[in-house]
Design a binder for this molecule. Structure first.
Ligand code: GCO
Length: 449
């Protein structure tokens, strides 16, 4: 029998390995409501560009279980959340038993629903007393963080074995110390950013050892944001040079700290010292991957290593943020991110991927093609063990407030009503079948116009 011409060969369903994790990711401040940390302080001073307030957020402090039901109904088998340090340790060395009890309730509820909990110990927020002391740029911060981590392990360790120490040290330090978009709101303070990054590296290493001491079977990693940064004008060497420098600091520095025990040249000259060896201190690498940006050499941006970062108009994008585009929706970014993490030789989880898209215009395409890239990587022998979509329900998107909607479920923060977007059913079918159906690959072969 003659084969049909190659362009007519129907794509086959892409099967994932048994035990692959299909999840969603969330973070405490963005979903719980009523948090009192350095971000609420920042918000009260009018720094949320949309002018909105986090308020009740998704009201998880009272009703997280209802959203866990939604995740279970989708057929997911994992959920990443974070614990709010400012609730657990409202004053230095003072512990709030009620808050810990609430987290025990949440983790038990996840387990009852067969959702594997992954707990992140620091997702951008911490108590104001820690911020006032200089946060991760302060000497002694790693010890203070370790004390918190030990307490969490003592109280919640029987309910969770997979821990993410930090969410995106590179975003935290870059937006907080260079771009002025996150607290403490510094601009162009490259040295502060490097100190914060290395402080988090040291705190990560201490936490890694403390967790293993208390829970030898634990899996401990971190969530690293990887951004594809490409020169705007390929033929202009200066664009290539600043893009490479930005990649070195933003994409590679934290991974290299874990791989070699120090930041890459020349950034290591500005970092603190690492009394605790950081090299190899992780059991897995978590990657948060969203976008591609272009970089053009520009003398007006010394704090950004002389690179102006922008999104071209003609690329697939979700909704526009307040005053700035969010970024290109670029499924292939996952391949570059995973390849950057391979030298660490650890299992890899895609711990965040998504797009702001209130109308669900581009999300189905993004979901299908991002998951397709993950399958391609696994087929090529890369040890990728899970995909976590950002996020389950719309939540409070930092400086963009409620303006950017990342949820599989739309949320009205006033009424707290949830409505599934079409992507929820799509993701559900993929997770339930542990495979990417052929018709999805056909239907979403190119981005919507
Ligand atoms: C981050 C965070 C999330 C965001 C998500 C969408 O990358 O900033 O981990 O808290 O909400 O990435 O922007």
């Amino acid at each position: 029998m003659a084969l049909p011409p190659s362009e007519e060969v129907a794509p086959a369903a892409l099967q994932f390995p048994q035990g692959f994790l299909w999840g969603v990711s969330t973070s405490a401040h963005q979903v719980e409501g009523g948090t009192r940390n350095q971000w609420s302080w920042w918000e009260e001073r009018g720094n949320i560009r949309s002018g909105e307030a986090c308020g009740l957020a998704c009201d998880w402090w009272n009703r997280a279980e209802q959203d866990f039901d939604l995740a279970a109904q989708l057929g997911l088998n994992a959920l990443r959340l974070s614990v709010e340090w400012s609730r657990i340790e409202p004053r230095p060395g003072e512990w709030d038993g009620g808050a810990l009890e609430r987290y025990r309730g949440m983790l038990s509820a996840l387990r009852q629903r067969n959702l594997l909990p992954i707990v992140c110990l620091h997702h951008f927020t911490h108590p104001l007393w820690f911020e006032d002391a200089g946060a991760f740029t302060a000497r002694g911060a790693p010890e203070v963080f370790e004390r918190f981590v030990r307490r969490v392990l003592a109280e919640l360790g029987d309910l969770c074995q997979m821990w993410v120490t930090f969410n995106e040290p590179n975003v935290y330090s870059g937006l907080g110390y260079v771009m002025g978009e996150f607290p403490p709101g510094r601009t162009g303070d490259l040295r502060g950013a490097i100190l914060a990054l290395s402080g988090m590296g040291a705190a990560h290493a201490r936490a890694y050892r403390a967790i293993h001491e208390l829970q030898p079977e634990a899996q401990v990693g971190f969530a690293h944001n990887y951004l594809v940064l490409e020169p705007a004008r390929r033929l202009l060497p200066l664009d290539g040079w600043v893009a490479a420098l930005q990649r070195k600091l933003f994409d590679d520095a934290f991974l290299q700290l874990l791989a070699r025990g120090r930041l890459p040249f020349p950034f290591h000259l500005a970092d603190g010292s690492f009394p605790d060896p950081v090299q190899g201190a992780c059991d897995f690498v978590g990657l948060n991957v969203y976008s591609r940006m272009r970089v053009a050499f520009d003398l007006r941006f010394p704090g950004q290593l002389f690179g102006r970062v922008f999104v071209p108009h003609d690329v697939p994008q979700g909704d526009h943020g307040v005053q700035a585009p969010y970024g290109e929706a670029y499924p292939e970014a996952i391949v570059e991110a995973v390849e950057a993490a391979v030298p660490l030789g650890k299992p890899i989880y895609i711990l965040e991927n998504g797009v702001p898209d209130a109308q669900d215009r581009i999300r189905p395409w993004l979901l299908v093609n991002a998951i397709r890239q993950v399958h391609k990587l696994i087929a090529a022998g890369r040890d990728v063990r899970g995909y976590f979509h950002w996020t389950l329900t719309d939540n409070f998107e930092w400086t963009h407030g409620w303006r950017l909607r990342f949820g599989l479920f739309a949320l009205d923060p006033e009424t707290q009503r949830r409505h599934p977007r079409p992507s929820a059913a799509l993701y559900s079918q993929i997770a339930r079948g542990n495979s990417l159906p052929a018709e999805f690959i056909r239907q979403y072969s190119s981005p919507p116009g």
